[in-house]
Design a protein around this ligand. Sequence first.
Ligand SMILES: Cc1cc2nc3c(=O)[nH]c(=O)nc-3n(C[C@H](O)[C@H](O)[C@H](O)COP(=O)(O)OP(=O)(O)OC[C@H]3O[C@@H](n4cnc5c(N)ncnc54)[C@H](O)[C@@H]3O)c2cc1C
Length: 582
Amino acid sequence: MDLLWHEWDAVVVGAGGAGLYAALELAQSADLRVAVVTKLHPLRSHTGAAQGGLGAALGHAEEDYPEWHMFDTVKGGDYLADQDAVEILCHEAIRVVFELEHMGFPFDRAPDGRIEQRVRAGGHTRNFGERPLARSVYAADRTGQMILHTLYQQCLRRGVRFLEEFLAVDVWVEDGACSGLLAWDIRRGELHALRAKAVLLATGGWGQIYRTTTNAVTLTGDGVALAWRRGLPLEDMEFYQFHPTGIYGRGILLSEASRGEGAYLVNGSGERFMERYAPTLLELAPRDVVSRSIFREIQAGRGGGPHGDCVFLDFRHLPEEVRRTKLPEVSGLVHKYLGLDPGRDLVPVRPTAHYAVGGIPTDVWGRVLADGKAQVVEGLYAAGECACVSVHGANRRGTNSLVDILVFGRRAAQDMIRLVHSRPSPTPPRSPLEGPAEEFLRLADGGGGESHARVRAELQRVMEEHCSVFRNEGGLRSALASLGDLRDRYARVGLVDRGRVYNQELVEAFETGCLLDCAEATVASALHRTESRGAHFREDYPERDDTRWLRHTLVWRSAPGEYRIGDKPVVVTRFAPKERRY
Ligand SMILES: Cc1cc2nc3c(=O)[nH]c(=O)nc-3n(C[C@H](O)[C@H](O)[C@H](O)COP(=O)(O)OP(=O)(O)OC[C@H]3O[C@@H](n4cnc5c(N)ncnc54)[C@H](O)[C@@H]3O)c2cc1C
């Protein structure tokens, strides 16, 4: 296949909040040639779906400090977060909010004109756990959408070059350095070779490894898979977070803003069951706690609905004004997908796959770590949901992802600027179409008899059955065996559409391969960690074990179906691990 060559100083892969903030920062350096490669139009990135808000200790609504935010983040992450990175997150969050304000972000305002703050999400507290606190800033329940619009407009203003509907299919990492990437132009059906001194992976999450998920169909972990295929490790992949309130039967998210504004959770008999599991924070306890509580209610036979397999969100006591002005998206989703009116009806919900806590290991400047610990891959960066800095530990706190993508997206760009000014143009691989790119080329040419959609559906079923909120050794082993079979079937995938231009089937077949990588890394890591912590709950090891497991997991694939597992210590600076009680 012919290759079209370009040369850039820096290439950002992904145009969600992390990619756009990085691109904007890079664009401040007028002398740099910067391109953003994105498989979607930037405004369709998943960041746009974030309804809840962005956590920052501004102290507008009530007294608050970055140290309190730090404590909540560390405790919420079940003490697995690296506290040096969390400190950066919580301090820089404040600056990011004011920068967005100066760019024109339409924050909701308090009557005195300052940015309003609310309790929008679980587990943010005053004074190291005393009671829930208003830390979230937001724009109605469309915060993520407003982030994309604000940043995209600023990028256009600064002349950032977008290569839209370009699918990255390989990133060139050889001998500990990155020299660029290979991307498929979906619109024209052409293969592009982008030589670059610095590449940032900002490709988002991989919730599509599960059948019931809040994640868009495009969230297939491409960046993570590309790094793994090039022999880099992945960190803390076992921690996949479930959100407690997905619309029953569909998985679509009903934001924590609902519970933040005062909606409760009730079981089949109308009882507020969170009193049993988290007597202080109730519905505002962290997501892993609430998700497990819901499943326990259902398992104990106290669920509701025709099959007894859901619980309910009750909005009926909230003033109509709150539903209309603070929760317009939530009310709209309930009406559209269930035909219900939250003012009159109970809304059936169930936990749904939501957020990838682990990912590509980086340092606090977004630099990818070849050994997962200290050795930097020259020229390769990762930020946003695909990266693991790690600020979320074993479980992400609500509103902290939007902060993470902005703070670390920008920091990565700051280091990229430094690097491109000192690094000579790297030499691309001698045979850019060999290695991981071969799989994409096989799909583009191939005529096997297997359907990628069937492989994907089976993958999602296996992961949901054996590797969701509750896990055990037998289930995880059976999942690994099934993933091995699916890998064989994937090698035989063929396409019905043999055209080149706008071949969506080719894109989806490629994405299914990335999902297989993400699922394998998740199950292999989950099998290894014989304790329960944060989003990872092992029925056969229900206790947290700090003596053995206060460590990050690293996973490499050594051969098909074989994994090498390593680990590294957690950085503890301020808060020694304690039991988590809510
Ligand atoms: C429904 C929902 C609600 C949420 N609500 C909140 C909230 O209220 N608060 C909060 O803090 N967090 C929330 N989150 C999480 C948060 O929104 C995400 O973690 C965050 O937006 C991810 O941003 P990102 O920039 O890393 O990636 P994304 O916004 O997902 O963007 C990924 C980008 O990568 C590009 N891409 C991917 N693969 C390729 C490829 N192969 N080639 C080229 N481009 C590629 C895509 O085109 C896209 O532009 C929510 C998530 C969901 C799903």
